[in-house]
Design a protein around this ligand. Sequence first.
Ligand SMILES: CC(C)(COP(=O)(O)OP(=O)(O)OC[C@H]1O[C@@H](n2cnc3c(N)ncnc32)[C@H](O)[C@@H]1OP(=O)(O)O)[C@@H](O)C(=O)NCCC(=O)NCCS
Length: 207
Amino acid sequence: MVDLSIRAFSLSGRIRSKASKLWNTFWTKVYLRLCGCPYGKRLCVSDKPLLMVSRRGQLTFGNNVTLNSRRSVTVSGGNTPVTMHCYANGKIIFGNFSGCSFATLSSRSSITIGNHVMIGANAKIFDHDFHPVATELRRLPNDSDYTATKPVVLEDDAFIGAESLILKGVTIGKGSIVAAGAVVTKSVPPGEIWGGNPARFLRKVEP
Ligand SMILES: CC(C)(COP(=O)(O)OP(=O)(O)OC[C@H]1O[C@@H](n2cnc3c(N)ncnc32)[C@H](O)[C@@H]1OP(=O)(O)O)[C@@H](O)C(=O)NCCC(=O)NCCS
């Protein structure tokens, strides 16, 4: 009896999940088309993302990109939907077979994501500081126009742990791992695991 009810529940859950994927992928594509943002084949969007692209901004998805904001798909405790902001000239570019769950990316210059990159729940990637460091500038109504900004790059096969924060100017090298909860302020060379706050070298990735 218990087994049957679990099966029935999981079946209806799977149907809801599939319907949500179809619906949200469709509307995301509509939004991207309206903004003139290119996307590749097999884009998969489970649950509603929050996408904001300015007139001069650019959001680009390669093939097989996955954006997941559905708790039944990723049970890693994500609490905000996938959020991507391209302010001013900001660009967010995803390569092929890359994806994120419940992550926030905010760009004023560029965030470039290679192929086969995984971005974990609640990770945040910012290529700018939102507000300037100088006090006088921070008092201005348009203070964010004066904020520092430097491109961020996540090279192929990077794995970004849950709850981590990647700040402006950082490159995560090919195949490198950012440990859960890390605050990354400096670039990570290829094939290394970095963690902590500020993130430091932990060990090499074993082949
Ligand atoms: C980085 C990670 C992959 C390392 O795993 P591992 O190789 O099995 O690591 P170990 O547990 O053997 O730890 C190796 C060292 O790194 C340290 N370490 C591991 N994770 C760390 C973290 N998140 N922050 C700081 N240090 C960490 C350990 O304390 C240990 O240090 P020591 O050698 O001084 O004892 C793993 O800890 C991690 O953070 N995974 C991310 C999971 C995740 O967020 N998934 C996405 C969900 S959506």
